[in-house]
Write a protein that binds this ligand. Structure first.
Ligand code: MG
Length: 257
């Protein structure tokens, strides 16, 4: 397996796919409310992705049936959309992947359904912050585990656990590439970050312990102790000045580090 170093032109193609991802997540965030079903969210995401000239890359990937991966409450990642309606107080992880002209985008957010507990809001905030702290470590010459360590340190300083069974990854001309990007570990390990690398960084954070269990559907991952879990993800290019977050909308272009 090799790490790819993308040209500026390729990074723009990966950005184009990621802008569709961001637009789909923005739309889903607007329509999430008590009573809506996750399969309705999936249909909306797929229609928007196709309208924007993308292909939902999760659909058919190793047999996954939908465009959208969902994760409600104690689900961690990879839930299959279904007919069950969301309830006020739930939290839902929304994970979207898009392919456009041979290049891939991938991002995720966890959002509240109506009014949620302070505990759930805090979990989502800390998980999002841990992603941003990981991204802030990105610069040419740093190491992959500098990102990992920043994420884990922030999460554990709040008494939460990072999931270790699933990790982030390179992304570009396929949806999952080298290197792996764990959400835990000591600094100064793993591949050196170099200009042109593109990483999907995705902390999964549990209020309780780190252990997870795969459900009988072969996809849905839950916390083993039933505690709430949150997941945030951005696709980020390593550029001269640091990390260029690709999975933001065109109205909302900003460098976050
Ligand atoms: Mg991913």
């Amino acid at each position: 397996m090799t790490i790819h170093y993308r040209t500026a032109e390729e990074i723009e193609k990966i950005r184009a796919a990621n802008r569709i991802v961001a637009a789909a997540l923005d739309r889903l965030e607007e329509i999430v409310k008590p009573g809506i079903t996750t399969v309705e969210l999936d249909r909306e995401a797929e229609a928007l992705i196709r309208d924007m000239g993308g292909r939902p890359s999760f659909k058919g990937y190793r047999g996954f049936p939908n465009a959208l991966c969902v994760a409600v409450n104690d689900q961690v990642v990879h839930g299959i959309p279904g007919k069950q309606a969301l309830k006020a107080g739930d939290i839902i992880g929304l994970d979207v992947g898009v392919e456009k002209e041979g290049y891939y985008g991938d991002a995720a957010r966890t959002v509240p359904v109506g009014e949620t507990s302070q505990e759930a809001i805090k979990l989502m905030e800390v998980t999002m912050e841990s992603l941003m702290k990981g991204i802030a470590e990105i610069r040419p010459g740093a190491r992959v585990s500098d990102i990992s360590h920043a994420i884990q340190s922030h999460v554990e300083s709040h008494g939460y656990s990072v999931v270790t069974a699933y990790v982030g990854h390179g992304i570009g001309s396929s949806p999952h590439e080298e290197p792996q990007v764990p959400n835990f570990g000591r600094k100064g390990r793993g591949p050196i970050l170099r200009e042109g690398m593109v990483l999907a960084i995705e902390p999964m954070v549990n209020i309780g312990g780190p252990d997870v269990t795969l459900m009988k559907d072969g996809w849905t991952v839950r916390t083993s102790d039933g505690s709430l879990s949150a997941h945030f993800e951005h696709s980020v290019a390593v550029v001269r000045g640091g990390g260029d977050v690709l999975s933001v909308g065109s109205k909302n272009v900003k460098k976050l580090s």
